[in-house]
Ligand binder design. Structure first.
Ligand SMILES: N[C@@H](CCC(=O)N[C@@H](CS)C(=O)NCC(=O)O)C(=O)O
Length: 226
């Protein structure tokens, strides 16, 4: 049985990617949850970060490597069509290495709703690129997912963006908003979200970062246990 190490579901966008993919595809795994700030990830993970997948004696870290490891063993991780697969790999790699303004300014915090103080140029550029990329995939492969009919790893890579759109409500075109809503409606995304909202503990550095970029207009998280 695979073991997937992840962190707080409310904040850990990288953990979400392999989790939602495995959950959606019905690949069985045991999950181990770490809390940010406790130092429990460091001794387990070669990079000191999550997600980390363990398969017997083999440790796989970095979300993109985890996805490729799974793709060698399970159907459905990437699209079957070679052109769609090439596009999906490119778009997932672009997400893995890029969109830094979106990732840094709009940190994932599933339970909060935040009105951004400003939308800096870098963030607007990332959002423009996101709209173009999603439009390209959805039109080229016919939807409803980015590389065609099925939810694959490229959708998993953009899954945290759907939560960010929900939290920060940035101005994005209707097609992008509808795709984000489609992701949010998936049972695996709903399960992750419900667990995130039920977390009764916080990571103050993440909360401080999110608070610094705007005004919190709602907080749907379970009360913090002291
Ligand atoms: N490039 C890595 C990023 C992993 C990452 O940044 N993980 C964060 C959580 S979302 C982490 O483990 N942070 C804890 C730390 O850095 O101490 C991947 O794709 O897996």
């Amino acid at each position: 049985m695979y073991v997937l190490h992840i962190a707080n579901k409310n904040y850990s966008s990288w953990s979400l990617r392999p989790w939602v993919l495995m959950q959606h595809l019905g690949i069985p795994f045991e999950e181990i949850n770490h809390r940010f700030g406790t130092g429990s990830i460091k001794p387990v993970s070669p990079s000191g970060q999550v997600p980390l997948l363990i398969d017997g004696d083999t440790k796989i870290w970095e979300s993109i490597a985890i996805v490729e490891y799974l793709a060698e063993r399970h159907p459905g991780i990437w699209p079957e069509d070679p052109a769609a697969r090439a596009w999906a790999r490119s778009a997932a790699a672009e997400m893995h290495g890029g969109f830094s303004h979106l990732r840094n300014i709009c940190g994932m915090n599933i339970g909060l709703r935040i009105k951004l103080n400003t939308v800096p140029d870098g963030l607007r550029q990332n959002l423009n690129r996101l709209e173009d990329l999603w439009k390209d995939g959805l039109l080229r492969f016919g939807g409803p997912f980015l590389a065609g009919e099925k939810f694959t790893a490229v959708d998993a890579f953009f899954a945290p963006v759907a939560f960010r759109i929900q939290t920060y409500n940035p101005s994005v075109e209707e097609r992008a908003r509808a795709y984000a809503a489609r992701l949010l409606g998936l049972p695996a995304m709903q399960a992750w979200s419900a667990a995130a909202l039920a977390e009764d503990y916080r990571d103050p550095p993440h909360d401080a970062e999110n608070q610094a970029v705007g005004t919190i207009t709602a907080d749907f998280r379970a009360p913090e246990k002291s």
